[in-house]
Ligand binder design. Structure first.
Ligand SMILES: Cc1ncc(COP(=O)(O)O)c(C=O)c1O
Length: 413
């Protein structure tokens, strides 16, 4: 072995246009915010920024929930924090499964000690409200855990009435809004969602690594009933609650409430650069306006879908319940599992799109139009590049038809 250190070259990756199911390109303002010099976690300026993040995400989630803050980690860290803190061993948790992430919620519930039960529908479909209500009545769960949008299947589960159904049946509603928040409506309080989590790397257009969450006072009380403060930081006189200890220390919402609350009781070291990113993501979203941002996602998906159809491609999934930020298309037969075309799009045109998982692996492509990426120029660039790649691989589209159809949608808006 040589004596010289192995140091590799300075990072300089090729520019990409990230039009897969996420992560997507990060807003330049968010990238700049991440270069903000750090402060100590108890510096009053830094704790003021933590408070601001809470105010910002209450608006993003459209909630009055006092308990609204960030979990450090990717979106599934947010899911684990929510589920592991509210599930008591033996609780029945109903996880309706309409794609990959329903399975994930069920698994996390099971790992948290729940009696995890599920109903399933074919990938690409969603449940009717009646089906959900019937399952709640049948299983009598303490918690229903469901994704709003599941990127694996590109469909969106209508949730407007589920919160009320849960209330009437004395159970809590947890919603994973990782893939949908920002690009699709999610008024948490109006829809009576008790606890919700998200991630930054989809419509919020930040980097993966921070998970905004929010929960009601009732959920907070349920968590506090199991509060066990870590011995080394426990203030004098504080006694543990009677309820069963939350299995995870890192994801213990009871301790996290003390860290984010006025006590500022140390827990982890807040991931400052990710907090700056999350703060900027929310500022950008709120500056644009929730309705305007959703409308932009809807318009862009409509244009993309019009273009894909005009090219002779078939859209995947229940067309009445599509997410407004990611589009599935069947891979044409001539293109096998589509991997060669995806790599040509990436290497020759610099555009990333995705396939899916499980039964849809190699069957569909998924094209994301989220956050910073969600704009006309990218739709047109993607459609024209896809037309070239398809043509070179035996699927001839009418020349320019995709771009023309997408243009038409923008012109007629
Ligand atoms: C609906 C949904 N939930 C959870 C996740 C997991 O997110 P992460 O990979 O950030 O942990 C994703 C990621 O695509 C998702 O789409």
């Amino acid at each position: 072995m040589s004596d010289s250190p192995i140091i590799f070259e300075e990072l300089d990756p090729d520019p990409r246009l990230l039009m897969g199911p996420g992560p997507v390109d990060v807003y330049p303002r968010v990238l700049r915010s991440m270069a903000t010099p750090l402060q100590g976690q108890f510096d009053p300026q830094f704790t003021a920024h933590m408070d601001q993040v809470q105010v910002l995400y209450r608006q993003v989630f459209q909630t009055q929930n006092k308990q609204t803050f960030l979990i450090n980690g990717t979106a599934r860290a947010g899911i684990e924090a929510c589920l592991t803190s509210i599930i008591r061993p033996g609780d029945t948790v109903l996880a309706p499964i309409f794609g990959r992430f329903g399975h994930l919620l069920k698994e996390i519930a099971m790992r948290s000690g729940a009696n995890a039960v599920s109903i399933e529908t074919e990938w690409g479909k969603v449940f009717t409200t009646d089906e959900l209500e019937a399952a709640v009545k049948k299983y009598k769960p303490s918690i229903v855990a469901i994704s709003q949008g599941d990127t694996s299947v590109t469909v969106k589960q209508p949730l407007k009435e589920l919160g009320e159904i849960c209330r009437q049946n004395d159970c809590l509603l947890y919603v994973d809004s990782t893939a949908s928040l920002g690009g699709n409506a999610l008024p948490v309080d109006d829809w009576k969602i008790d606890i919700v989590s998200a991630g930054l790397q989809k419509c919020l257009s930040g980097p993966p690594g921070s998970a905004p969450i929010s929960f009601s006072d009732d959920v907070a009380q349920r968590v506090l009933d199991r509060k066990h403060t870590e011995a080394g930081i426990r203030p004098e006189g504080v006694v543990d609650a009677d309820g069963p200890i939350i299995q995870s220390n890192y994801f213990d919402l009871a301790m996290l409430m003390d860290y984010w609350g006025p006590q500022r009781l140390n827990h982890h070291t807040e991931s400052a650069s990710m907090l700056y990113a999350a703060r900027e993501c929310a500022r950008i979203l709120l500056e644009e306006g929730l309705d305007a941002c959703q409308a932009r996602h809807r318009l862009t998906s409509t244009a993309l879908r019009a273009g894909l159809k005009a090219m002779g491609l078939e859209l995947f999934g229940d067309q009445d319940n599509l997410m407004d930020n990611v589009t599935g298309i069947f891979i044409p037969k001539q293109c096998g599992n589509g991997a060669k075309l995806r790599s040509e799009l990436l290497n020759d045109f610099g555009i990333e799109i995705g396939t899916s998982f499980g039964p849809l692996d190699g069957k569909i492509w998924r094209i994301g139009t989220m956050g910073y990426v969600c704009r006309q120029a990218n739709v047109l660039r993607c459609l024209s590049s896809l037309e070239m790649v398809l043509g070179r691989n035996g699927f001839k589209c009418p020349q320019g038809a995709g771009v023309d159809a997408a243009y038409g949608v923008y012109q007629n808006q």
